[in-house]
Design a protein around this ligand. Structure first.
Ligand code: NAD
Length: 511
């Protein structure tokens, strides 16, 4: 990319350049080259965007559900047509390898397809004849304006988790991408205009927490959602509590891969590579701790080191590379600092990923290669904190009960996977692992869009998760109607009859 790109806000269907504000530089993590700049927009601009969503809400919620679905179908179609361009926009600012970026776009297309079943998913419930001439109905209706914040690592997926469900049921949405990965939504704004999405149904604002702050007290905002780190989720939970906002806040993670003595080695190794090194370990479902039983521990460490050495590190655009860079120089330093902490803490560094060999054009990029610590004990910092990089801690555990206890003790509760052919182990793990998403012989237990996605404990604040039926529940409110009906003659003889037969017991329940 030769020209510096100035990221713009998208408000009321227009691209608006923020003026008189600070801009933060944006780098291509693969090369370290400066590629653009992102505005730290003013809080007033955020409020203006909320106002735009609010104005659009009345007409949007009253549009027939089939017309709203028409827009989702059109967005889906445009995304398929522009898959390569969209994937590039993810790879260039976030450093996700282009093949994974394509996968992310394809997953969003699947989510849009799921959201296109909203006419079925949003159907309420009815109970006819609660009493004579009285019916009851539960109506799922939209709430108004929702606002959402994305992390750097899934700029497209998080758009998919929030927006198709939110607007599909009739809300409007203000979205704040991460300042580290804003390009995908710049492409999406063009798509919204191309498909003729009514102005204000989706607005996009760029900036830091200052553009989020006004949402908590704004009466026009019905709910707030986040995918990000746990400290951010906790801060936003406070704001939402203060302002009385409905919230869905997905936080950080520290995921176990559990290796039992009867695992299938090829299945485990393939899943280990994808789980721990995919997206350079910057996934909320990335494997971070490998816990192995004593029978296979030594062989496992040896095999992990040997296969990890084959992982090719380099540019996100290079088809021969498996693992791209981490997102920023700061992220690289943070991960390297955790490696120092691991060494100082006494864990055995069996594979050092600092300063991996990369091509000449990548020499200023932000790279950390596969890194493995063996003999890590549960209390070590590297076993407890989210590193968010390709650093694996291998731990020896006595057996299934031992590892289940370690998972229970963890603050995070996003995902955990077991590798075994033993049905008893698998079922016990599903039943007792204290996490939200569980894999059996699967290294990334990410549920399909038809099902909810989300963790528990510090990995998820709020009740509903994203996607699936939870996605519908979060973005709708239940209204319950009690309907008395009677034929037109009810004012005459029937009414007199009803009066005569009235019980002497008075009840607060319609009868
Ligand atoms: P982050 O928490 O630093 O930032 C996330 C977003 O919140 C960004 O847009 C940022 O600008 C904004 N933000 C930061 N502080 C804020 C505040 N006080 N108020 C409002 N907004 C604020 O996270 P990140 O580094 O961008 O992303 C990585 C984190 O996201 C990891 O912890 C990862 O586990 C988590 N994550 C979780 C899931 C999940 O499904 N649970 C999925 C993806 C990423």
């Amino acid at each position: 990319m030769s020209e510096l790109m100035r990221v713009k806000n998208y408000i009321d269907g227009e691209w608006i350049e923020a003026s008189g504000v600070d801009y933060v530089p944006l780098f291509n993590p693969s090369t370290g080259e400066r590629i653009g700049e992102v505005p730290l927009s003013r809080p007033e601009t955020s409020t203006m965007a909320v106002e735009s969503c609010y104005r659009a809400y009345g007409a949007w919620k009253n549009l027939s559900v089939s017309k709203r679905m028409g827009y989702l179908f059109d967005i889906r179609h445009a995304m398929i047509e522009k898959e390569e361009d969209l994937a590039y926009s993810i790879a260039i600012d976030q450093g996700k390898h282009i093949s994974e970026a394509r996968g992310e776009v394809q997953r969003v297309v699947q989510i849009l397809e799921t959201a296109c079943s909203i006419p079925t998913l949003i159907q309420g419930e009815t109970l006819d004849r609660i009493a004579e001439n009285i019916n009851g109905r539960v109506v799922k209706s939209p709430l108004g304006v929702f606002c959402g914040v994305a992390p750097f690592n899934f700029p497209a997926l998080v758009f998919g988790w929030f927006i198709p469900f939110a607007i599909g049921v009739g809300n409007t949405f203000l979205f704040k991408p991460s300042t580290q990965s804003p390009y995908f939504m710049q492409k999406m704004g063009d798509i919204f205009n191309e498909v003729g999405l009514p102005k204000g149904v989706i607005n996009i604002i760029h900036g830091n927490r200052n553009v989020v702050q006004p949402w908590y007290e704004d009466k026009r905002v019905s709910g707030v959602c986040l995918v990000g780190s746990t400290p951010t989720a906790k801060k936003m939970a406070e704001g939402c509590g203060r302002g009385g906002k409905r919230s869905m806040l997905l936080g950080g993670a520290k995921n176990f891969l559990v290796a039992m003595e009867d695992l299938q080695w090829d299945v485990f190794i393939e899943n280990f590579i994808n789980s721990c090194y995919g997206s350079a370990g910057q996934r909320c479902l990335a494997g971070s701790i490998v816990a192995a039983v004593p029978e296979i521990y030594d062989e496992l460490v040896e095999r992990l080191v040997s296969v990890s050495k084959t992982v090719r590190v380099g540019s996100a655009m290079d088809p021969d590379v498996y693992m791209g860079p981490v997102v920023s120089l700061a992220a690289k330093k943070k991960i390297e600092n955790y490696i120092d902490i691991g060494i100082q803490g006494g864990s055995r560094l069996v594979l050092d990923g600092r300063h991996p060999k990369v091509s000449e054009e990548c020499k200023n990029g932000y790279y950390v290669g596969p890194t493995i610590f063996a003999d890590v004990t549960p209390c070590r910092t590297i076993a407890q904190e989210e590193i968010f990089g390709p650093v694996v801690s291998v731990m020896k555990v006595d057996g299934l009960d031992d590892v289940l206890q370690l998972i229970r003790n963890q603050a995070f509760g996003n995902g955990a996977c077991i590798f075994t052919q033993n049905l008893y182990y698998a079922e016990k793990f599903i039943s007792e692992a204290d996490v939200g998403m569980i894999g059996v012989n699967v290294g990334i237990p990410a549920p399909h869009p038809y099902l909810p996605f989300g963790g528990i404990k510090d990995s998820h604040l709020g009740t509903d998760k994203v996607q699936g039926k939870d996605g519908i529940d979060f973005f709708t409110q239940n209204k319950i109607a009690t309907i008395r009906f009677a034929p037109p003659s009810a004012n005459g003889a029937d009414a007199a009859q009803t009066k005569k037969g009235r019980s002497s017991v008075r009840s607060c329940v319609a009868s």
